[in-house]
Design a protein around this ligand. Structure first.
Ligand SMILES: [Zn+2]
Length: 259
């Protein structure tokens, strides 16, 4: 079963990853934030009280038995820049701007925030490398999944066929209507494959970010991929959804560590 509960927190874990990694995508349940961030909001720039966010963050680290000071997170900018988290982020320094974090250090806990964009989690059990990437439509069209696999190869010597990847809870194609501008960018990037990721209903276009990222991973040579199939906008009791809640919402967290 992909859903687990600990300390009143409910979280999703991928079955594809072995016990060699600690990994969870936390639902919004079990935190201290009031509406519209109820309740496990981990986003520091959405208007919630920083004290609530700090308490919520301690709760997710406690639930997984990780030290809060082991965190390495980034400032998401919808790009493809990479941070190699060789050590925990110095807490007196601002997070770097990036949408990919990788590490081979078991002392580091990778952490990233989401509210519809796709969490991509990675593990290479042979090279002992993990990563999290942030794939909204902009990051996807820029090739963030492809860039992550290339970085794992270049920096750590990973082979794509050894890499296991999870496509986490995020907005599903049923809820993700997009405009002509987005459609044309995906048609240009994906060519014939665009038919697999764009759907048309009643004259409107819908974007399948899960398929788009799966195609990137498969084209990069990744054979082991688990798609959670969980739509954030369909399950607002579990997830924050920027689209479904019209921007007035929080951020849920993905946490990953070796060991
Ligand atoms: Zn949905």
């Amino acid at each position: 079963m992909p859903f687990h509960e600990r300390n009143n927190l409910r979280y999703y874990s991928f079955d594809i990853f072995s016990n060699a990694v600690t990994q969870a995508v936390f639902t919004r349940r079990g935190g201290v934030s009031p509406a519209p961030w109820q309740s496990l909001n981990l986003g520091g720039s959405v208007g919630d009280d920083p004290l609530h966010v700090a308490e919520n963050r301690i709760r997710i680290f406690d639930a997984l038995g990780r030290a809060p000071a082991s965190i390495h997170d980034v400032w998401l900018v919808h790009g493809t820049d990479i941070v190699y988290a060789d050590a925990p982020r110095p807490l007196d320094k601002h997070p770097e701007r990036a949408d990919i974090i990788l590490t081979d250090n078991p002392e580091v806990s990778l952490f990233m925030r989401f509210a519809d964009c796709v969490p991509l989690l990675f593990h290479d059990p042979k090279k002992h490398v993990i990563g999290i990437s942030h794939a909204g439509w902009m990051g996807t069209v820029k090739g963030v999944a492809t860039t992550t696999i290339e970085a794992m190869q270049t920096r750590y010597g990973c082979k794509p066929e050894d890499v296991q990847a999870g496509i986490g809870p995020s907005i599903g194609v049923d809820h993700y209507e997009v405009g002509e501008d987005v459609v044309s960018q995906f048609r240009e990037k994906y060519g014939r494959d665009a038919e697999r990721i764009l759907q048309e209903r009643n004259g409107s276009h819908y974007l399948d970010l899960w398929a788009a990222n799966l195609i990137q991973l498969q084209n990069a040579g990744v054979e082991q991929v688990q798609v959670s199939g969980v739509c954030t906008a369909c399950h607002l009791d579990d997830w924050f959804s920027h689209r479904a809640e019209k921007g007035k919402t929080g951020r849920f967290g993905a946490l990953m560590a070796l060991a």
